[in-house]
Write a protein that binds this ligand. Structure first.
Ligand SMILES: [Zn+2]
Length: 71
């Protein structure tokens, strides 16, 4: 099951929930205030890929990829 990140519109809390694929936000309740007004965020994986600047294998200066042709 994938891990989804939500943000509560009521109190601003961010929390993560393990849900089946396709599960809706209407089933999700804020653990802090109990509100149902929650917004699904990008997954932790996707936001880490997009926001941190730490690129995976293939980036210019990564030394641990092992595919650079050095021997
Ligand atoms: Zn809340």
């Amino acid at each position: 099951m994938p891990l989804y990140e939500y943000m509560c519109r009521g109190c601003g809390a961010r929390f993560e929930v393990l849900q089946r694929i396709g599960a809706g936000a209407e089933q999700t309740v804020c653990p802090k205030c109990g509100g149902h007004e929650v917004a699904k965020q990008l997954s932790t994986f996707a936001s880490a890929m997009a926001g941190s600047g730490a690129m995976p294998c293939g980036s210019s200066s990564s030394s641990s990829c092992g595919s650079g042709g050095f021997s």
